[in-house]
Write a protein that binds this ligand. Structure first.
Ligand code: PEP
Length: 249
């Protein structure tokens, strides 16, 4: 079984002073029984990778372009992330889907670019509140999953993050039954498409995970870890979440 994963998404937060928090997280978890990934802003990628080199804490980016290089001002490519010391990249975060009009097709191309560069693609999917309230959750999540996941996805190169849009940064969390329903659905969909290997593909929950709710979320079936935004910025918040995941293994 692939190890569970505690992933942090720092979003557009953090100057070099924030590297203190990264070092503190690394120092607090010198022999973790789960994988730990922090995705700082692109400006801190190289320094973050340098700081954590040789430690059991991986560094990833928050987005990549679908092309490996070219005339794309302001973008960074998957090979550049790899070159900077990254091992993973988040693709299809709802903030990218919404603010940059990213479609499932584009997200799949970005995930493919990540795979081609030897990076793990952390593919985000999730419904809006309106979609949940109109009973479309599984349909939307299913379409996003199928449309955003490349054919060559394996447990080694792909992580799925279920992040209900309405739970991100809001303090609102689905019920444990709702989380379980979607994670079971994602596992079944992955198994239908990729066969038994999909049992080992990690499915993270994301959306207002905090020290106070992490343990109960990690006890839900088919939850293999978390993608954490706000609570990953400080060691004091992220460490208890990592500890809860370790306790759930
Ligand atoms: C996220 O940005 O992926 C996220 C889940 O944010 P938060 O934990 O702050 O809700």
């Amino acid at each position: 079984m692939t190890r569970k994963l505690a992933a942090g998404n720092w979003k557009m937060n953090g100057t070099r002073a924030a590297l203190e928090n990264l070092s503190a997280i690394a120092e607090a978890h010198t022999a973790p029984s789960v994988d730990i990934l922090i995705c700082p802003p692109a400006t801190l990628l190289m320094q973050s990778a340098g700081l954590t080199s040789g430690k059991p804490l991986d560094i990833g980016a928050q987005d990549c372009h679908a092309q490996a290089s070219g005339a794309h001002t302001g973008d960074i490519s998957a090979p550049m992330i790899k070159d900077a010391g990254g091992t993973a990249v988040i693709v299809g975060h709802s903030e990218r889907r919404e603010n940059h009009n990213e479609t499932n097709d584009l997200v799949r191309q970005k995930a493919q670019a990540a795979h081609d560069a030897g990076l793990i693609a952390v593919i985000c999917i999730g419904e809006t509140l309106e979609q949940r309230e109109s009973g479309q959750t599984l349909e939307i999540v299913g379409d996003q999953l199928t449309g955003s996941t490349p054919e060559g996805a394996t447990p080694a190169n792909t992580v799925i993050a279920y992040e209900p849009v309405w739970a991100i940064g809001t303090g609102k969390v689905p019920t444990l039954d709702q989380i379980g329903e979607v994670h079971d659905f994602i596992r079944k969909s992955l198994t239908d498409r990729f066969g038994e290997a999909a049992q080992d593909m990690r499915i993270l929950y994301g959306g207002s995970v905090k020290p106070g709710n992490a343990a109960e979320i990690f006890a839900v079936s088919n939850v293999d870890g978390a993608l954490v935004g706000g609570a990953s910025l400080k060691e004091g918040d992220f460490s208890p979440i990592i500890n809860a995941l370790e306790a759930a293994v």
